[in-house]
Design a protein around this ligand. Sequence first.
Ligand SMILES: [Zn+2]
Length: 313
Amino acid sequence: MHAIGMSALSYLRELQGGVRYRIYVPDDIVAKRSHELQGYQEAYDRTAKTIEAHEEWFKRALVEPLIYSVPRPLNVDLSAVVVGLMPTYDPNAWSLKTPDGDDLIVVHTELLSALSFYNEVQLTYLFLRDENTKEARRIFGQGMEFIRQSFVDRVPVQYPAIPHELPSHFQQLALMKTMAQELFVIAHEFSHINLGHTAAATETMSSVIQHRSVEKIGWQHRQELDADFQAFRWLCGLKSSSRGLVQFVSQAPFLAAEVLVFMHVVESFFATGQQVSSHPSALARLKSLHERSEGVIPETIRTELFDMSNILE
Ligand SMILES: [Zn+2]
């Protein structure tokens, strides 16, 4: 059980101890990407197959460049926040204050797998659409069935490799979109912390400790929209000297907001009457981003948001 004086990292390890680790990139997908993307196998092998190694990779590739690049001033020192991965099949991400008052962000590996798989399905659909519309639709429909199992049935899903070879620029775009969307997810959680939302949520959190499972945090819808807005402002204001992928996102921040389009597809594809998220609807979030960003972010980017929400309606 929890001991006083425990660091956020030990606390995270304790939570992780309650779930069985599952590698979040299945072998046949690794094999396929290695075939299609030069250097993929090497990069993947370097992240030995432990949760700590995946976390280290996640930190170096995404979390640290993001923290370095977000506009100052900030209310809290984001570099002091522990960001962990939870190897569980519920597609989710959350932030909380540990019983000792430290901030902690946890991203479930299933959310990363689902985003990655969805982007590959989407790019395959776009690649095949003109030449072979029927096959493109089949791939999309089958792909969404796997996503449905994850988001609605909440069962472990072994995402398969898609049986089509994509040109490398399509593969690379799928990976870039995935990471841009992951950045939005992380920035959203950092925003909850920066806006002081975690401080007010200790009560809900005690249930997480007791059940050692990951329960949704009862943020209010207002707080979700605030966190989205803060996250998107950060992504639109990234330093031009940002490193690696973060620099790419600084040039096309709307790619990160596409995670809301994904959520909308999930919500509308599986409209079972059951809510798949504790958050407001993805379309409402996209519209709110557009409305609130007037005069704050460049109009060229706002237009992208407007177009996205218009297509979805
Ligand atoms: Zn949230």
